[in-house]
Ligand binder design. Structure first.
Ligand code: SOE
Length: 382
């Protein structure tokens, strides 16, 4: 009989339940426990979500039946909780960013290597089938040499001065916000699809709301939009709502990314255009099953997600036939399929197909250089 792999999820905000749902759609995995610092909250959420055990983090580490820990807490806890989970011999799937400081991320990379345990960072956007298809098409030469890259990631859930979340507080989230929160996904996806590395950055940030009105009670990510009249206190904001970063790549060509969390009507929209010598790809996360392929000598093309039209490596990420749309929740399911295959083997593969702690470290490094560039108002090498 196939062994059941037991998982625990730490954190019950926006993304913890998304991990749970994805895991429940895969065979032979049981999410056995939910953890929160506040055990009463853990019990309440475990009951609502139908999870057998509610633990504090320490209690969970002491349970030998837990094989994998998903860290879905605010950013400042990622380092210490990933470290303790690895030291307790558990495989770890950590939310991005892997840590809030580069040295911490480095330490986690070494520790995970030393332990040989499976380690992954939830860069789930890589798992849209069309993203894998773009990567495969580029690898097969269908894009040609890359001339330029233009990306954006826009949201509106922090648009109003009254929108508030722990991500606005550097002691919980880190020194960067829009770049660390959504720019990290965009930059990871850019390097993943193109196979290029960013070598230098020139960044300019702006904080549109210099102060925000903080609700007196805590609210979960995205749910602030639902707040009624309430009591607020005015607090200063020190992280960026918007950023533009010019990029230099290791093939000598250039690009740019713009991220913003204050763009009305843009709910959660990553858009990337990669111009090559043979084609031009444009993909948008809000229409994830479509790819625009620009051509010079013939008519442009429009590819729709369909396993029969995809390269086989990308078709493996599709669970439904063409015309049956897959989306955000499917990305985590597809990622965990690959991660849990490694867990079943009991160790990190030599060449993991999924994003690892090393990828988490890389994103933190780029992010830190971007902050440095903004502060110096100068180009900074990665
Ligand atoms: C909030 O901005 C957020 O939930 C990010 O933290 C996620 O990584 C991304 O999925 C969408 O937005």
């Amino acid at each position: 009989m196939t062994k059941i792999i037991n998982a625990a999820i730490v954190g019950t905000g926006f993304i913890g339940p998304a991990h749970l749902e994805a895991l429940r759609r895969l065979p032979n995995i049981e999410v056995k426990a939910l953890c929160e610092v506040d055990i009463e909250l853990a019990k309440e959420k475990a009951a609502t979500l139908g999870i057998p055990k509610a633990y504090t983090f320490e209690e969970m580490l002491g349970d030998p039946s837990i094989d994998v820990v998903h860290i879905c807490t605010p950013n400042f806890l990622h380092f210490s909780q990933s470290k303790e989970a690895l030291l307790a011999g558990k495989h770890v799937v950590c939310e991005k960013p892997l840590a809030t400081k580069i040295e911490e991320a480095k330490e986690l990379v070494s520790l995970a290597k030393e332990k040989g345990l499976v380690n992954a960072v939830h860069f789930n956007l890589r798992y849209y089938p069309m993203v894998r298809q773009m990567k495969n098409m580029r690898e097969k030469g269908e894009l040609g040499d890359i001339y330029s890259i233009m990306g954006s990631y826009l949201q509106d859930w922090l648009f109003l001065q009254t929108d508030y979340n722990w991500r606005l507080e550097p002691d919980k989230s880190g020194d960067s916000r829009a770049i660390a929160d959504i720019g990290s996904h965009l930059l990871d996806l850019t390097e993943y699809v193109t196979g290029l590395q960013v070598t230098e950055v020139m960044a300019d940030f702006s904080t549109v709301h210099k102060t925000r009105l903080k609700p007196l009670k805590a609210i979960e990510t995205y749910s602030g939009k639902m707040l009624q009249e309430s009591d607020y206190e005015e607090v200063p904001i020190n992280t960026e709502d918007h950023a533009t970063v010019m990029l230099r790549f290791d093939n000598g060509n250039k690009g740019s990314v713009t991220v913003s969390q204050v763009n009305a009507g843009r709910k959660n929209r990553l858009n990337i255009e990669i111009a090559g010598s043979k084609s031009n790809f444009e993909w948008c996360s809000e229409k994830p099953n479509e790819l625009w392929i620009g051509k010079r000598e013939k008519a442009n093309q429009h590819l729709m997600k369909d396993p029969s039209l995809f390269h086989k490596e990308a078709a493996g990420l599709i669970s439904f036939p063409g015309g049956h749309n897959e989306g955000f929740p499917d990305t985590s399911k597809q990622m965990f399929k690959e991660v849990y295959a490694a867990v079943r083997e009991g160790k990190q593969p030599d060449k993991p197909s999924f994003p690892t702690f090393e990828d988490g470290y890389r994103e933190l490094l780029i992010c830190e250089r971007i902050i440095e560039s903004h502060r110096k108002q100068a180009w900074v090498k990665i």
